[in-house]
Structure formats: structure tokens, C-alpha cells
Design a binder for this molecule. Structure first.
Ligand code: HEM
Length: 190
């Protein structure tokens, strides 16, 4: 008796081979690997910075030691804004290069398109929401180090690491699972 293997293309999510439209991607194998490595490093660094941001914010909120609280708020300004913008933009640029340079495209597959939109929104949030909040927190921290508690509202600080961290974990899951198929169903047969 011989064992036979049958494949069911519809049963598995679209793979790189199955998702191949006619046009040849302009990124060669090597260049694609380099771009993918840079993309994963940028995304990983971005997630790491969010984790440190969360550790500092929650330590400041939960500690009973005023010195530690002051130090955490001051440390936020040192690393939170520019490294987040740089890693966010690096993930965006390398992601766009990968999208345009491979068969995935930017608006062909839902998982790529959703990541693109999320990445742009997250970088905007860092620039327009997090930056002013971090500045206030640093001011609050230096006043605290001098023994004063300023009347500044820093209650929104836990949200950036929670929102951004959750979104980036979701983006990572999307990258690996590649769910939802194509944006335009009529092109599915191509
Ligand atoms: C939001 C932050 C992002 C995170 C955390 C992220 C994460 C990742 C990860 C971990 C992979 C590797 C998956 C694998 O090889 O199995 C990947 C691949 C990929 N990402 Fe992203 N990504 C992000 C943003 C973007 C953006 C903005 C785009 C494009 C608009 C993009 C396009 C791609 C493409 C096309 C691949 C597949 C590359 C290939 O296999 O050749 N990503 N991403």
C-alpha cells in the first residue's frame, strides 16, 4: 500500500509562492534578506523601547520612593521620543521597501495594508501625543527631585506603552500569520 500526499491550497494561508502575481519583484534574494533583517531589527528595537517605557512609567506610578519616582520621570525624556521615532520610521521605511520590492505590495494584502496604516498612526502618536506628555513628565520629575510636586496632569502616561506595545505585538502576529487574504477579491485569481 502506498501513502499518497494531497495538498489543499485553500486550506492554508496564502504563501509567498501561492500569492505570486505576474510581475517579477525587483528586490533580489540577497537584498530582500538584508531588508527583512533590518525590518525585524527595527520592529524588535521599537517593541523593546516600548517595554522600557512601560517599566519606567509603571515604576514611577507604583513606587513609594520619591527619588525613584523622580528619576523614572526624568529618564523618560532621555530615551523615549527620538529612539521611538527613529525605530518607528525605520520599520516603516524597511516595510515599504519589502512591500514594494516583493510580491506582497503595499495595498494587495490586508495584513500588509493594516501594518502600514498602524505604523503611520503609531509614529504620528509619538510625535503629537507622546512628545508633549514626556516633556511634562520630565518637568514633573525634576521638580520632584527638588522636593516639589507640580500641578501637571501626567495621568495619560500609561497609555502610550500599552497602546503601542499591544499594536506592535499585533503587527508581529499579522506578519507571521498573514491573515485575511487580498484587499481586492477580483484579483485573487491572478
Ligand atoms: C508596525 C510595525 C511592524 C512590525 C512589528 C513588523 C514586523 C514584521 C516581522 C516580524 C516580519 C517578519 C515575518 C516573517 O518573515 O515571517 C515582517 C515582515 C514583513 N513586513 Fe513588517 N512589520 C511592521 C511594519 C510593516 C510595514 C509598515 C510594512 C509595509 C507597509 C511591512 C511589510 C512587511 C512585509 C512585506 C514583510 C514580509 C517580507 C518578506 O517576507 O519578504 N511591515 N514584519
Amino acid at each position: 500500500m502506498t501513502a499518497t500526499t494531497t495538498t489543499h491550497p485553500e486550506a492554508s494561508p496564502p504563501t509567498r509562492a501561492a500569492s505570486t502575481p505576474a510581475a517579477k519583484p525587483w528586490l533580489g534574494r540577497r537584498a530582500r534578506k538584508v531588508a527583512l533583517i533590518a525590518h525585524i531589527i527595527a520592529a524588535g528595537a521599537w517593541i523593546g523601547i516600548d517595554v522600557v517605557l512601560g517599566v519606567l512609567v509603571f515604576t514611577a506610578l507604583l513606587t513609594s520612593d520619591t527619588g525613584t519616582e523622580a528619576l523614572c520621570y526624568q529618564a523618560l525624556e532621555l530615551f523615549a521620543v527620538w529612539p521611538l521615532i527613529i525605530t518607528g520610521l525605520a520599520a516603516l521605511v524597511t516595510g515599504v521597501v519589502l512591500g514594494l520590492g516583493t510580491r506582497f505590495g503595499l495595498i494587495k494584502w490586508w495584513w500588509v495594508f493594516v501594518k502600514l496604516v498602524m505604523n503611520i498612526i503609531l509614529v504620528f502618536l509619538v510625535v503629537f501625543l507622546l512628545r508633549p506628555g514626556i516633556h511634562d513628565a520630565a518637568e514633573y520629575g525634576s521638580a520632584l527631585a527638588d522636593g516639589k510636586r507640580l500641578d501637571l496632569d501626567i495621568s495619560g502616561l500609561p497609555f502610550p506603552p500599552i497602546v503601542s506595545g499591544t499594536a506592535l505585538v499585533f503587527a508581529t502576529v499579522l506578519s507571521v500569520v498573514k491573515p485575511w487574504g487580498r484587499l481586492r477579491k477580483d484579483r485573487a485569481a491572478s
